[in-house]
Design a protein around this ligand. Structure first.
Ligand code: TYM
Length: 334
């Protein structure tokens, strides 16, 4: 609790081009939750270097992501928006938690298996212990709730396991966090292979809607989206392409599956795809405009970066000192 409010933590990587999946699965929910909780939203640049990055590009993307958080509606006066690398407590707690995490647990992580297969020439230890750093992110702020897309649930489970293990030894040190999964948009699939998650790293640009895609590109990508030959708009596992489009449309308009099925009864896929495309343009265009405006204001963004890093450091250090004491590190002499 901070000032009688429960705490929320979440983060996003600044690697690749952010997709509609990142927005609908995470960012959009962050904005709806931000009044209810004391929120920490991090640009997780420490996580990004588990895969090789171009330094200048990483710096630029990190800044763009932080700007996008604000453009999406997160007020930096009320929400702590900061770079993970500006708070050294993440690494310090991560080391300690590494000593409370088993190799077998990390070996089971599907994201590790996927990334190791994709980057076979660089299966580094950071990639393996990635979930421990993520646990440190969350536990450092004593978060009660963590809004994420479905693909991050396994990492939330291991975070809870590590926290419970630590608490069982040292007493009530960490708050046990709960995941928050949105009602729609929790797993947006590829537009080209709808049984696969929409991902920043997909090599086919038509598979993903990027947050900075212009309206024509968005409409074109939806027009080309893979569907089926059944010819009816219905949410069903035998129609993964259409179901995915319904999920996107539902998340953008607030309509239920039943309402969508009714709206497109007797209509062709062409009409439906165009409506989905328009609903996405309606959501992304204002976001892009605000992002463009904010990006011009260098001093403002700089001040957000500085002030919020200080705030994050303050809360992170509180937990870190408690943990250091519990495990037996000598007290600092002032
Ligand atoms: P990342 O950067 O891959 O994704 C950021 C958020 O977007 C969600 N997401 C999706 N949701 C729905 N459909 C999709 N296709 C889709 N793709 C991505 C993710 O679930 C996530 O919520 N390890 C995390 C970042 C992280 C973090 C944390 C998150 C680091 N520390 C602590 C929460 C708490 C990651 O790589 O997310």
């Amino acid at each position: 609790m901070i000032d009688n409010k429960k705490v929320l933590f979440s983060g996003m990587q600044a690697t690749g081009n952010l997709t509609l999946g990142n927005y609908l699965g995470a960012l959009k929910n962050w904005v709806t939750l931000c009044d209810e909780y004391e929120c920490f939203y991090s640009v997780v640049d420490l996580h990004s270097i588990t895969v090789r990055q171009d330094p200048a590009e990483l710096r630029k993307r990190a800044r763009n992501l932080l700007t996008l958080y604000i453009a999406a509606g997160l007020d930096p006066e009320k929400n702590c928006l900061y770079y993970q690398s500006h708070v050294s407590g993440h690494c310090e707690l991560s080391w300690i938690l590494n000593c409370f995490t088993y190799m077998g647990e990390l070996n089971r992580m599907t994201q590790f298996k996927d990334k190791a297969a994709k980057h076979a020439d660089n299966i580094n230890a950071g990639l393996f212990t990635y979930p421990v750093l993520m646990a440190a992110d969350i536990l450092l702020y004593q978060a009660d709730v963590v809004p994420v897309g479905k693909d991050q649930l396994q990492h939330l489970e291991i975070t809870r396991d590590i926290a419970q293990r630590f608490n069982a030894i040292y007493g009530d040190v960490f708050t046990i966090p709960e995941p928050y999964i949105g009602k729609s948009g929790a797993k947006i699939m590829s537009l080209q292979e709808p049984t696969k998650k929409m991902s920043k790293s997909d090599e086919n640009p038509n598979a993903s809607i990027y947050l900075m895609d212009d309206p024509d590109t968005i409409m074109r990508k939806f027009k080309r989206a893979v569907t089926d030959s059944e010819g009816c708009v219905r949410y069903h596992e035998s129609q993964p392409g259409i179901s995915n489009l319904m999920d996107i449309y539902g998340a953008c308009t607030g309509k239920t599956y039943a309402e969508i099925e009714k709206e497109f009864e007797g209509k062709g896929y062409g009409d439906f795809k165009a409506a989905v495309g328009e609903s996405v343009v309606d959501v992304l265009k204002p976001l892009q405009d605000r992002f463009a405006d904010l990006s011009k204001n260098k001093d403002y963004i700089d001040s957000v970066i500085k002030n919020n890093a200080e705030k994050a450091n303050y809360f992170a250090t509180k937990t870190l000192r408690k943990v250091q004491k519990k495990v037996g590190f000598p007290e600092r002499i002032r």
